[in-house]
Design a protein around this ligand. Structure first.
Ligand code: ZN
Length: 238
């Protein structure tokens, strides 16, 4: 036996896990999961649980915080999600399992009647579907759009890759390979174009020096600063 479950007041289930590489006791917290106390292989399980009892306040506070963060963006029935090309509505109906079907203007994601939209599991299911939808849209739309903007302004680039990353909208390598984020599909088209133009300018200037900004600014009618500010209002991740 490698793990043992205990119950901790106000927290619920706590799992003590033996790990052969562990040198000391550590506590691992993850949204929607019971806290895990990792202990060295030769330590008795009860000692791990006693450690959790000692750290009770810390565990309770942090777990609540982590779960609240995970629920920060709550998808629900009242609020459809819109990308640039599709709207997704979340509805309850007589279905046994979650399914997404084509509907007017986009998709309908159908859930069983007793679905708890506040649960992390449901939020993750929705997040996963939306991510796939954005990926699909991005692969369909971005290659053509980049080609159009490049030819309109006389840029050339190597390869275009579409990715789901949390840190940036786009990047351009030394070899002029451009990476663009699927989340560009959540932006209005002029902001997505602004990101594409930014990366295309990097095919000419590799840094963010004055010549880079002068070029980009000239392509967006002198609005680089304003567009940058607008872009910063959008979170990259869902
Ligand atoms: Zn840049």
């Amino acid at each position: 036996m490698n793990s043992k479950s205990y119950t901790l007041d106000d927290v619920g289930e706590v799992v003590v896990v033996k790990h052969y590489q562990a040198r000391r006791i550590t506590i691992k917290l993850k949204a929607g999961e019971p806290p895990k106390v990792v202990i060295p292989k030769l330590m008795p399980f009860d000692m791990g649980f006693r450690f959790a009892v000692e750290k009770h306040d810390w565990i309770a506070t942090h777990l609540q915080q982590i779960n609240a963060d995970a629920n920060r963006l709550v998808y629900n029935e009242e609020q459809p999600f819109s990308s640039r090309l599709h709207t997704v509505r979340f509805v309850r109906c007589n279905t046994r399992c979650v399914q997404a079907v084509r509907a007017e203007g986009g998709f309908e994601m159908r859930f069983p009647m007793d679905t708890d939209f506040g649960s992390i599991r449901v939020q993750r299911q929705i997040g996963a579907f939306l991510t796939e939808m954005l990926r699909h849209e991005a692969k369909h739309y971005l290659p053509d759009r980049v080609a159009q903007l490049a030819s309109a302004h006389g840029f050339s680039y190597n390869q275009l890759t579409v990715k789901n990353v949390h840190t940036r909208w786009g990047s351009c390598s030394a070899q002029n390979n451009i990476n663009l984020n699927i989340h560009l599909m959540r932006l209005p088209e002029y902001l997505s174009d602004f990101v594409i133009l930014h990366e295309l300018c990097h095919t000419v200037h590799k840094n963010h020096g004055p010549r880079f900004h002068a070029l980009l600014d000239s392509l967006v009618g002198g609005n680089e600063k304003r567009l940058d500010k607008e872009l910063n209002k959008y979170k990259i991740r869902l």
